[in-house]
Design a protein around this ligand. Structure first.
Ligand SMILES: CSCCC(=O)C(=O)COP(=O)(O)O
Ligand SMILES: [Mg+2]
Length: 238
């Protein structure tokens, strides 16, 4: 089906890192903050049930390895592993509360998201970052609190982002039809998985992040370009 003959997009599912938020903010600000704060969290809040549950999960995944060492191994590899992501979200909460952390989105993101939500499109997040971390990041941006533009937040509880089944689970939870949904990500393997589940796809190729364009999915440099290509409302246009 050509773009002109396809049904209108009714929902947009968005990745975070490299799609709405610069890779540099995640890797140069969020990850170092968490690397420094995690040892303190494990030491001081070991008895907190939510911390304890993640430590148990680390022990299940890596039996016999000290939890902090395992977390460091995962951080070194930028592994998208649920207990690491959950614990990172817990320490970032303090950073946002203290005002030390504030997310700077790509400049095209806030206008597009506000415009699409106002036009009635259903917007949801799918990131490896925990749902708590997603709500924090969009709740503390330099453009204000954007969390209310989203009707859903999905994380690794749905499964990995390179697995088509994860997208099928999201569709089921959101009660969306695959063909109505546009998935935006910078990572081709994630787009391949979403397409295998029947979603429409567009790769966000941010020149400032050095994203390499693939050949299997439409490509856009900004959310405004996405809007133009997929017939979505465009911010700033009547
Ligand atoms: C939720 S903000 C932190 C993002 C993060 O921890 C991460 O690993 C990036 O994952 P994404 O799936 O958004 O590329
Ligand atoms: Mg990404």
């Amino acid at each position: 089906m050509t773009q002109a003959t396809q049904p209108p997009v009714r929902a947009v599912l968005l990745d975070i890192e490299g799609t709405t938020i610069p890779v540099s903010f995640v890797h140069d600000t969020l990850f170092p903050y968490a690397r420094k704060a995690l040892p303190v969290l494990l030491r001081k809040q070991a008895d907190d049930p939510s911390v304890h549950a993640q430590v148990e999960e680390i022990a299940r995944l890596a039996p016999g390895v000290p939890p902090l060492r395992q977390l460091e191994t995962w951080m070194d590899a930028d592994a998208k592993v649920a207990p690491l992501k959950a614990l990172q979200g817990m320490v970032w909460a303090q950073g946002y509360a203290d005002g030390v952390l504030k997310a700077t989105l790509y400049p095209d993101v806030t206008p597009a998201l506000r415009c699409w939500a106002a036009a009635g499109l259903a917007l949801a997040v799918y990131s490896s970052g925990s749902v708590a971390a997603q709500k924090l990041i969009y709740g503390h941006t330099t453009d204000g609190d954007l969390s209310s533009v989203f009707v859903g937040f999905y994380d690794l509880q749905m499964g990995g982002k390179r697995d088509a089944q994860s997208y099928a689970r999201i569709l089921q939870d959101a009660q969306w039809q695959a063909g109505d949904v546009l998935f935006l990500s910078d990572v081709v393997a994630e787009l391949d998985a979403a397409a295998a589940a029947g979603l429409r796809t567009c790769q966000i190729v941010r020149p400032q992040d050095g994203t390499q364009p693939g050949t299997a999915h439409p490509v856009a440099a900004t959310l405004d370009e996405v809007a133009e290509r997929f017939g979505l409302p465009r911010a700033g246009q009547a």
